[in-house]
Design a protein around this ligand. Structure first.
Ligand SMILES: *[C@@H]1O[C@H](CO)[C@@H](O)[C@H](O)[C@H]1NC(C)=O
Ligand SMILES: [Zn+2]
Length: 303
């Protein structure tokens, strides 16, 4: 199941970065340079001053050292691939392996509320037409700089935006430096596109343990997991975990039995957005954003 998740999410990501390859070919650059026909977020001067770079990176962002990160504060747990859950003892507190939550992880809400990962994508726009309460989007940095107009639509509609890393990496598999790179570039993408620094962070695949947490906390990020999974993304595969009807039955039951919690959904594809609109129809607009769930701030800083 975990491997399937990786594959499917890789496909979804592939779909949204495909335009990058096309324009890279047109420009015959070979690197992940995106032409202005995509209306990319301009690479800001402050980021050139800091990184020496002039273009947004590709799927593997470079590690840029930051003076506020103390490497000595990062515990020495082993890295591991998704689904390989015997690499560390239980005190590593892995969410995806052991459903372990740290004291500062958010995983529930006092009202049953939808959350949306993997955008911004062209499908996001349809979802925005239907959402009339404040909701939460965990965006990929690479998608944000490639779809700044859609990012601004989410922002202008008053929704909360959090980080979902730069390019959807399974963070526990990475070195400390590469985890930092995934987080710093996602933050820079959000700041360059939306003029804000995120407070909330959802690790792709729920991949978080105490090593990842020790890094994300140093950015001031707080991890947001979930307690209700729709498996909506699996509808896009040949062998879905659930039928669409089973997903709606699950949602109806969650509403009936508890009527509280955070629901994991995706706005990276047309199909999952259509499902999200039907779920919204089942739940109604009496939902909260993650910051409202916990009485917290939306962003660490807004410019
Ligand atoms: C955010 O952007 C502002 C410019 O709007 C810049 O001065 C600041 O250094 C940036 N901060 C981060 C952390 O990206
Ligand atoms: Zn995701």
């Amino acid at each position: 199941m975990h491997l399937l998740t990786v594959l499917l999410e890789a496909i979804l990501l592939e779909a949204s970065v495909q335009a990058v390859d096309i324009s890279a070919k047109k420009k015959s650059g070979g690197v992940a340079f995106i032409g202005d026909e995509l209306n990319q977020t301009p690479f800001p001067e402050w980021l050139t001053d800091f990184t020496g770079m002039t273009q947004w990176p590709g799927l593997v962002p470079p590690y840029i050292p930051l003076d506020f990160i103390d490497m000595d504060k990062i515990p020495d747990y082993n890295s591991y691939s998704q689904g390989v859950c015997d690499a560390n003892t239980r005190d590593a507190c892995s969410f995806d392996c052991d459903q372990c939550l740290a004291h500062d992880d958010i995983s529930t809400c006092r009202k049953l509320s939808q959350t949306f990962d993997d955008g911004p994508s062209p499908a996001t726009l349809k979802l925005l037409d239907y959402l009339h309460h404040k909701s939460t989007f965990f965006t990929l940095g690479i998608n944000s700089v490639n779809h700044p107009d859609i990012y601004h639509e989410i922002q202008d509609a008053g929704h909360l935006i959090g980080s979902h890393t730069w390019s959807h990496a399974y963070l526990p598999s990475l070195s400390n430096e590469d985890i930092i790179a995934q987080l710093e570039w996602s933050i820079w993408a959000m700041n360059a596109t939306g003029n804000h620094i995120p407070k909330w962070f959802r690790p792709p695949y729920g991949g978080i343990d105490n090593r990842v947490r020790a890094i994300s906390r140093q950015f001031g990020l707080q991890a947001v997991l979930w307690d209700h999974d729709t498996f909506d993304w699996s509808l896009v595969t040949n062998n879905p975990f659930k039928t669409e009807q089973e997903i709606y039955n699950d949602v109806a039951l969650w509403k009936l039995v508890e009527n509280r919690g955070l629901i994991l959904e995706h706005d990276g594809a047309r199909k999952t957005v259509d499902v999200a609109i039907n779920i919204l129809d089942l739940l109604g607009e009496d939902q909260l954003s993650v910051s409202e769930c916990v009485g917290g701030i939306d962003y660490i800083r807004e410019f």
